[in-house]
Design a protein around this ligand. Structure first.
Ligand SMILES: CC(C)(COP(=O)(O)OP(=O)(O)OC[C@H]1O[C@@H](n2cnc3c(N)ncnc32)[C@H](O)[C@@H]1OP(=O)(O)O)[C@@H](O)C(=O)NCCC(=O)NCCS
Length: 136
């Protein structure tokens, strides 16, 4: 874990580097190829790398003016509890510091994790098209 490297570049990243088993608990989920397209389509990404394998990632979409949304944050189970998720989120929040609104949705059990990083609890609404769970 002390060999973890962080990057905000997708240079050299291929689907093969995303095969560690992301989207735990999703059932149907985006393939590594689709995962790469998600990252490529994001305004901002931060990756945690162990060698050339991606072991954690966070992405944000943004209008570049007022708001950003953080759709995904995940650290592979074998790497949990070592501060990687904290570091990914800290780096992403720093990147988004010029914007007014930075929003995300999470389960109540993860709220303390984000509170420690300076975020606040709120309520929201969402819609899900379950037939699109693997991505378009
Ligand atoms: C949330 C997640 C990214 C944290 O990554 P991580 O590298 O393990 O996080 P860190 O080591 O920086 O911090 C761990 C802390 O987060 C808290 N935490 C993380 N996931 C939690 C969960 N599901 N429930 C309760 N607490 C959680 C723990 O309290 C832990 O604190 P501790 O070290 O004092 O025990 C990781 O658990 C994960 O990928 N979970 C599945 C996907 C997910 O829930 N993503 C967030 C969606 S909004």
């Amino acid at each position: 874990v002390n060999t973890i490297r962080y990057t905000d570049s997708l240079k050299g990243i291929t689907a093969d580097h995303l095969r560690g088993g992301f989207f735990v608990g999703w059932g149907d989920h985006p393939s590594p190829q689709t995962h790469l397209r998600i990252l490529q389509g994001s305004a901002y990404v931060v990756l945690a790398l162990d060698g050339d394998q991606v072991v954690g990632f966070i992405n944000a979409i943004s209008d570049g003016v007022l708001s950003a949304f953080i759709p995904l944050l995940e650290v592979l189970p074998a790497y949990n509890g070592h501060g990687i998720g904290t570091e990914l989120t800290r780096r992403m929040l720093a990147k988004l510091d010029h914007l007014y609104a930075v929003d995300l949705i999470c389960d109540p059990d993860v709220q303390p994790f984000y509170e420690r990083l300076g975020m606040m609890r709120y309520t929201g609404m969402l819609k899900r098209n379950y037939a699109r769970k693997q991505g378009e």
